[in-house]
Ligand binder design. Structure first.
Ligand code: CO
Ligand code: ZN
Length: 330
């Protein structure tokens, strides 16, 4: 079930550049469901499901990495100095529970500032160490921490957790690869690395896969809380089909094929025009001599915080759209 897959994936440790644990979980879930599974030099997990003769090759990409903090120095007092990996804001980090790959827990704290806005230089992590020496027995410079997993059901359909960006899409892609039997087109599912620092994994994967079409699957922002009006995307109203963001203008062929797939599936969907951000879809579109590409998004509130909220009905809509999309004629 997709909820179980999602919960398993949300619990895996995987800051940008250290996605191995997430890849391992996906590999186990997909064992016996694919025609080929491999890991490339960058750490992208590439899963192939063969289509019918005459079908095209479709690359679907969901990123495994999660934003976090990396240790840059350790104070004499045992506090860790850190910097961000990916788009982390100091506000979202204040007094948050974080965890390292070796299981060390901590609290991210922001020192008081006088009249200046708090920056990364004001942020530190308290791991309960007495001094620098004790801290060094627990973590090293270069170790990274992420928001500790904390999965909270809200209302009937919603779920809050860190790493929803982009493990909800990893769960979708995993389910699609498990459920799609003999699709018309060959589906290459890429569980990509290093998206949060500039779509780096997907770029390398797209070159190798050389697909005929590509779709990034990622979360998108919301416009349905007080004072927030951008974009016109609401939770629970279906997956969002991207028209543009700051990284790409979706190729009309792919965008319209996603819309047609949604209509065939009778799945609710929304049109997404995002005035910021970017996804793996852009990396695919720019690869080689250019690849027709788009993005399918899961509406998500409070993206890049410890409580990213999605609506499970949007996951159902996205899965239904993808199932139709991989069976389309291109
Ligand atoms: Co992100
Ligand atoms: Zn993302």
């Amino acid at each position: 079930m997709i909820l179980d897959t999602l919960k398993t994936l949300l619990s895996a440790y995987g800051p940008t550049g250290q996605e191995t644990q997430v890849a391992q979980v996906i590999k186990q879930l997909l064992a016996g469901h694919a025609d080929g599974i491999r890991t490339d030099v960058m750490g992208n997990l590439i899963v192939e499901k063969k289509g019918q003769p005459g079908g095209k090759t479709i690359m679907l990409s969901a990123h495994m990495d999660h934003i976090g903090l990396v240790v840059t120095d350790i104070e004499e007092t045992g506090y860790l100095r850190v910097t961000n990996v990916g788009g982390v804001s100091v506000d979202a980090m204040r007094c948050r529970h974080v965890v390292f790959g070796n299981g060390v827990h901590g609290v991210a704290v922001c020192q008081p500032t006088k009249g200046e806005t708090a920056g990364m230089q004001h942020l530190f992590v308290d791991i309960g160490a007495r001094d620098r020496e004790e801290a060094l027995s627990m973590v090293q410079l270069g170790d990274a921490c992420v928001f500790a997993p904390d999965i909270v059901p809200m209302g009937r359909y919603r779920l809050a957790a860190p790493a929803m960006d982009d493990r909800c899409a990893c769960a979708l892609l995993t389910e699609l690869l498990m459920q799609a039997t003999a699709p018309r087109n060959t589906v290459v599912g890429v569980f990509s690395v290093q998206e949060e620092v500039g779509l780096r994994g997907a770029a390398v994967a797209a070159y190798q896969v050389a697909p005929d079409l590509g779709v990034g699957i990622d979360v998108t922002a919301w416009g349905d809380t007080p004072e927030v009006k951008l974009p016109a995307v609401k939770l629970g109203e279906g997956a969002a089909i991207k028209f543009m963001d700051r990284s790409m203008v979706a190729t009309p062929l792919v965008r319209d094929a996603l819309i047609a797939a949604a209509e065939r599936a009778k799945a609710p969907y929304q049109r997404e025009i995002l005035p910021f951000g970017g996804t793996d879809g852009a990396a695919i579109q720019h690869s080689r001599g250019g690849v027709p590409a788009g993005t399918l998004s899961i509406p998500c509130r409070y993206v890049h915080s410890a409580c990213e909220v999605i609506d499970l009905r949007d996951m159902d809509s996205a899965l239904a759209i993808l199932k139709e999309f991989v069976n389309g004629t291109y």
